[in-house]
Ligand binder design. Structure first.
Ligand code: CA
Length: 226
């Protein structure tokens, strides 16, 4: 079930949207102000965020800017007020994936949500492989291909990548990665995790300076978004 976060302060709209989206088969959570919306979107795995612009405490633009600054690439659809063209431009510049103008038709919103979610890759079959971007990971043969060309990864890098893929969308702490990928008897240095993540990024990220697959969750750890 896809998880949506609705950040909206208008109770009537929250009720209507939550009810309708639930009937479409989505799990919907909501936040009534920008600050709590930002915290939830940053810390919990959502497949998509519906973000109002005019919000108490922190407006939608600030929420979006902060999310992207923290490296969180969850698709965001902005809910903008009618006629505020600048809202759309600012929102898209800040990294919104789409916007819907209020008052909107429910069918239009549903279509846009579906379109965004369709682009996200399907859940991997753990026994076989996984594909993201130009990368293809074969779990059985333990190899990684980029555009059909083999990529050299160490056994540890492969295990790390596999763990990321299997826990796609979840924030993984350095401690968890160290315990799960290196084992409990490993040298207790979370720095080891950072070093391997950096190596892995060199091999799988199109732009290492702006990672799009292995995201840094500041103060927490990492999240795989491929
Ligand atoms: Ca509002």
């Amino acid at each position: 079930m896809k998880r949506l976060l609705l950040v909206e302060d208008e109770p009537g709209l929250v009720l209507t949207l939550t009810d309708r989206l639930a009937r479409e088969g989505y799990a919907v959570e909501s936040s009534a102000d920008g600050e709590s919306g930002l915290e939830r979107a940053a810390k919990e795995p959502f497949d998509l965020v519906l973000l109002d612009v005019m919000l108490p405490r922190l407006n939608g633009f600030d929420v979006l800017r902060d999310l992207r600054r923290r490296g969180i690439e969850t698709p965001v659809i902005m809910l903008t007020a009618r006629g505020q063209v600048t809202d759309k431009v600012v929102g898209l510049k800040l990294g919104a994936d789409d916007y819907v103008t209020k008052p909107f038709e429910m069918m239009e919103l549903l279509a846009r949500i579906e379109a965004k979610l369709r682009r996200a890759p399907a859940t991997p079959h753990p026994a076989e492989g996984y594909q993201f971007g130009d990368m293809r990971v074969d779990f059985r043969r333990a190899d990684v291909m980029k555009n059909g060309e083999p990529v050299e990864v160490s056994a540890r890098e492969f295990q790390l990548l596999k763990y990321f893929i299997e826990h796609r969308g979840a924030t993984l702490t350095r401690e968890e990665l160290l315990n799960e990928v290196w084992g409990y008897n490993a040298m207790p240095s979370t720095r080891t995790v950072d070093v391997h993540v950096a190596w892995l990024r060199q091999k799988i990220e199109p732009n290492v300076r702006h990672p799009q697959f292995i995201l840094t969750v500041h103060g927490l750890g990492y999240k795989f978004a491929g």
